[in-house]
Design a protein around this ligand. Structure first.
Ligand SMILES: [Cu+2]
Length: 156
């Protein structure tokens, strides 16, 4: 958990590392993005469109950070007990389908992610599971260049 936002899917699965599991091409997912750094990070997804629907402050942040540094598992660190602070106003310009969303420090931001055509919900007209796959990363290039970038691989 060194200096990058932590992302987990609606099933509690953590994505990141060398692979990210079970995201299906054509699906719509809800991701919880936890930012334990001191900076705002514009999260940028390739392929998918997404938007923020909720941003809630993490309380007792030092305790949560210490646990995440040890376990790197938001569920094991009782994220539900920490994501109970004040709700942030999500600006109107973030409430639409985008490819970058700003993730506030010290907040859990809930985003809806569409791995399909946002206008119709239809599957992509190409094989989005083909190699080499896609990536997601911070759109601050200095952050991206310092490992704040991960593979995004879809399954059929
Ligand atoms: Cu960043």
């Amino acid at each position: 958990m060194q200096g990058r936002p932590h992302i987990s899917t609606s099933t509690g699965k953590t994505i990141g590392g060398s692979g990210n599991g079970d995201t299906k091409s054509g699906s719509t997912e809800v991701w919880e993005v936890i930012n334990l750094t001191g900076d705002n990070h514009p999260l940028h997804l390739h392929l998918a469109s997404f938007q923020a629907v909720k941003a809630q402050e993490l309380v007792n942040l030092d305790v949560f950070k210490a646990c995440m540094t040890t376990k790197n598992d938001a569920v094991a660190c009782n994220v539900a007990n920490h994501a109970t602070g004040k709700l942030a106003d999500i600006p109107a310009y973030e409430r639409t389908w985008k490819n970058s969303v700003k993730i506030d420090p010290g907040y859990q931001t809930t985003v809806v992610v569409k791995f399909n055509l946002v206008d119709t919900g239809a599957p992509y007209p190409f094989d989005a599971t083909a190699e080499p796959g896609f990536v997601y990363h911070c759109h601050i290039l200095d952050h991206e260049d310092n490992a704040m970038i991960r593979p995004l691989k879809l399954v059929a």
